[in-house]
Design a protein around this ligand. Structure first.
Ligand SMILES: *Cc1c(COP(=O)(O)O)cnc(C)c1O
Length: 420
């Protein structure tokens, strides 16, 4: 890795050189980025792919307004869940026929946990991370509440590590590939192997890795996975999520939301549920087609690029940011929580600071958008697809200036808004 030069002129030259030789620089024009903004919240909601404007216009005017009900066939609406699913799957190392784009992450966690239980019916525990994204745990609690005798065991609560909690009672382990708070990356292959050695199944949550970290679901031998399309895949607010089930499990797993889209012959209108033999059994009902129509643009913006090229830049820009802010952090009592070891981090930098909320607000006033997660975590998501090294430098300079100048103390930055 290129050493970072620390005097001001040297840094500026180094940044310019890196942008000039960046093989991904051309991707930035595929996104609409508001003027004057450095956007570091793509781990929460990715920016608009430029192609989505025309796609939405076509979906509204041609497919809906003119095509009407014929568009289920003519515009491929009925098969979008699988055609888009195969493309998302390709970004996650999944061969075709195993991934569906549908529903929300929360709903897909429910289906995946229940599908896992259906494959391990005699087992009585679900294991998850106590620090997981809350909705994953809320859903797991709901699964357990509806299944007398089932128990939910949490890393950090019932045992120090996931490895301490998985045993012959474990049906399913729900694990995040990248931790949404700390940005820490798990070794998918090793964890999957460990879980399988105990006879349990794994559900990987890919919300914070898909699109920025190479994911190898098939190679790792993953059983089930879920993930988000509106974060690093840039597919739009509330765009449908995805769910993966390894081919070997599809004919036997059961998921409880047995709606007509998962039926073997939905248009036979048979009495009695008979699931499709393949991944379509993961579906429930009619999908939000207009929201699905923005996926093509989001996926097309990165799918012609090798994921390892994206990963190399992601590592470089997160490293650059940490290097540029670490002195200011040390001086002002803020702590970089994300691992410096690139093998152990995703594509975000998290900094714990007692006054994190007003710092994030003060940064926003300077055109640098990150976010905040209670109680004290500032999160900065770094997408290699649309951030330049100059953007990263500008963000770090603003961060340092806010800490040094103390402008976060201003009353207008301390008032808490609903979405943080
Ligand atoms: C973003 C995210 C979700 C979001 O769930 P929705 O049902 O789409 O609201 C769930 N889990 C994790 C780990 C996330 O990062």
């Amino acid at each position: 890795m290129t050493p970072v030069i620390t005097n001001a002129v040297g840094v500026a030259l180094d940044i310019a050189r890196r942008d000039e030789s960046d093989p991904l620089a051309r991707l930035k024009q595929r996104f609409h980025l508001p003027a004057g903004m450095v956007y570091l919240a793509g781990n929460s909601l990715g920016p608009t792919p430029v192609a989505a404007f025309a796609d939405m216009e076509a979906a509204m005017r041609r497919e809906w307004a003119e095509g009407l009900v014929r568009s289920w066939n003519d515009a491929g609406w009925f098969t979008l869940a699988e055609s888009l699913g195969d493309r998302v799957g390709a970004l996650a190392g999944a061969a075709a026929g195993q991934t569906m784009v549908c529903d929300s992450v929360s709903v897909n966690v429910y289906k995946a946990l229940q599908a896992g239980r259906s494959l391990r019916p005699k087992r009585t525990t679900i294991v998850a991370e106590g620090g997981s994204f809350p909705t994953d745990l809320y859903v797991a609690e709901g699964v357990v509440a509806g299944a007398p005798g089932m128990e939910l065991l949490l890393e950090g609560v019932d045992g120090a590590r996931i490895e301490d909690l998985v045993d012959e009672r474990t049906a399913v382990v729900l694990v995040n590939h990248v931790d949404y708070r700390t940005g820490e990356l798990r070794d998918m292959a090793a964890m999957t192997r460990f879980i399988h050695d105990k006879g349990a199944l794994v559900v990987w949550d890919l919300c914070h890795s898909i699109g920025v970290v190479p994911v190898e679901l098939d190679r790792a031998g993953a059983d089930l996975a879920v993930g988000c399309t509106y974060k690093y895949l840039n597919c739009g607010p509330g765009a449908p999520a995805f769910i993966y089930a390894a081919a070997r499990h599809q004919a036997t797993l059961r998921q409880p939301l047995s709606g007509w889209w998962g039926h073997a012959t939905p248009f036979a209108f048979e009495r009695g549920y008979r699931p499709d033999n393949g991944a379509r059994r993961l579906l429930c009902g009619t999908q939000p087609i207009l929201s699905m129509r923005t996926l093509d643009a989001g996926l097309a913006a990165i799918e012609d690029v090798d994921m390892h090229t994206l990963r190399a830049k992601s590592i470089a820009i997160t490293d650059l940011f940490m290097t540029l802010v670490e002195d200011a952090c040390r001086t002002h009592g803020a702590t970089i929580v994300t691992p410096r070891d690139p093998a152990r981090r995703g594509s975000q930098v998290s900094i714990a600071f007692e006054h994190g909320y007003p710092v994030v607000q003060a940064l926003m006033a300077r055109g640098v958008v990150g976010d905040f997660r209670a109680p004290d975590m500032m999160r900065f998501g770094f997408s290699p697809a649309y951030l330049s090294y100059a953007d990263v430098h500008r963000a770090a300079s603003a961060f340092n200036a806010v800490l040094e100048g103390g402008d976060w103390r201003d009353a207008r930055f301390t008032a808490r808004r609903a979405v943080t």
